[in-house]
Design a binder for this molecule. Structure first.
Ligand SMILES: *Cc1c(COP(=O)(O)O)cnc(C)c1O
Length: 413
């Protein structure tokens, strides 16, 4: 049996989370989560749900009616959209420029899609022409993209892709988990049919809730499948069995009926996570999405200047990096994991490691959400510089701080 005398109330150490996510949650979000629960059909609760829909329309910059939360981490939002939208046998195109592109491929294959990919080396992104050329060749029903791939820190430009998708009658989805709030995302102006995100990056909350938005076109595509499921076969699809959405939990048609005026019982909305998501959106909209993005740009630029100031290299095509994450080349004089451990143990600062081809080659340092702040950037730079010198990589001590300060003081002037 579990011996309670060896256990105490949860009391995690105070860490400064400067990796690619999760990050420290805004204290306002934590306070909202500590609120007492109410019933799922309490008019106060359904009122909060309606508010959340309206708030996230502002965050996603959309008029889409269906803008709501999928309960689960960001991956739940991705999976709900893919499993609801993809019919078995559909051709999908995934431009892969990092680990999360491979995740989209994997989920799409589980949905029995015929998956086509195009790839660029890690550290690069696609031009609209490369994507259009592939669309012409593959003729997909859906284009599945990642906006910001934290594995490489790159940001795929999406602004021209909606128009291309419209011309070729393709549904256009993006995973904006890592980028939303820190970089521009215009769901309507860019012609996106579905976007999913999570709270634990630039939104300043904990993981566990996935805001999503669906265009009317995407809604129609999902609803068409549900008709078949309910036994109302359409002429175009005689065989209903082919049309079943394979998940109950992630069936967005049912989730829409729960969030909409029908209020058809589905899951029990994750109340505390909804409180968190609501407060994240309130904080973002109070600041204003443009100001929020500008703040991420400023602190990202200061971090970059500091890292370069101490003589470290940065990863990838910097013109296309996300504002909120930086890939830092690990110098050969030190062991990447030893540096991370020193930062954690001696300074309580966490920075990120890397996966796949970049494992052991770069650290990933994030400045996002609640931690997109000057004090967080300067503390991280100072600590990293000190640890590097301790472990044998000599920097001009203090240079990083001066370079970062130059950015801040230039910005103020
Ligand atoms: C961090 C991240 C996720 C995270 O998914 P979780 O299920 O919340 O862990 C998804 N997509 C991208 C692009 C990310 O950067």
């Amino acid at each position: 049996m579990f011996d309670l005398s060896h256990s105490s109330q949860i009391n995690p150490p105070q860490r400064l989370l400067m990796g690619p996510g999760p990050i420290n949650a805004d204290p306002r979000v934590l306070r909202a989560m500590a609120s007492q629960l109410i019933g799922q059909y309490d008019p106060v609760m359904t009122g909060y749900m309606n508010e959340v829909m309206a708030l996230y329309r502002g965050v996603f910059r959309t008029e889409n009616r269906w803008t709501m939360l999928v309960d689960g981490t960001s991956r739940a939002g991705i999976e709900a959209i893919l499993v609801s939208a993809i019919r078995p046998g559909d051709r999908v195109l995934v431009p892969v420029f990092g680990r999360f592109g491979h995740l989209l491929c994997e989920i799409a294959r589980r949905c029995r899609a015929e998956v086509h990919t195009i790839e660029v080396p890690w550290g690069e992104v696609f031009t609209p022409d490369q994507i259009e050329e592939a669309i012409k060749r593959v003729k997909p029903r859906l284009l599945l993209t990642v906006q910001g791939d934290t594995s490489t820190t790159m940001l795929q430009p999406l602004d021209k892709l909606g128009e291309i998708c419209r011309r070729h009658d393709v549904l256009f989805y993006t995973d904006a988990t890592a980028s939303l709030g820190g970089n521009a995302l215009e769901s309507d102006a860019w012609g996106l049919d579905a976007v999913s995100a999570g709270l634990q990056k630039c939104l300043g909350g904990p993981s566990g809730s996935a805001p999503v938005t669906l265009s009317p076109r995407m809604e129609a595509a999902i609803r068409a499948r549900r008709c078949v499921e309910q036994g109302i076969r359409t002429e175009a699809h005689e065989d209903g069995s082919e049309e079943m959405i394979y998940s109950n939990y992630f069936d967005l048609g049912m989730v829409m009926d729960y969030w909409g005026p029908e209020r058809l019982n589905h899951h029990t909305e994750a109340t505390s996570m909804l409180f968190a998501a609501r407060e994240c959106a309130r904080i973002m909209l109070e600041e204003g999405m443009d100001n929020l993005i500008a703040r991420h740009e400023l602190h990202g630029r200061a971090l970059l200047a500091g890292i370069q100031g101490m003589g470290l290299g940065v990863f990838g095509d910097i013109r296309h990096k996300m504002n909120n994450v930086l890939g830092v080349v690990i110098p050969p004089e030190v062991h990447g994991e030893e540096v991370r451990q020193r930062l954690l143990n001696d300074f309580h600062i966490e920075i990120g490691t890397s996966f796949g081809p970049l494992q052991g080659k770069i650290w990933r340092i994030g400045t996002m959400g609640y931690n997109a702040r000057k004090d967080c950037v300067l503390q991280t730079l100072t600590a990293l510089e000190a640890v590097l010198n301790r472990l044998g990589f000599r920097t001009v001590q203090g240079a990083a701080m001066q370079a970062a300060w130059d950015v801040y003081e230039g910005a103020r002037a």
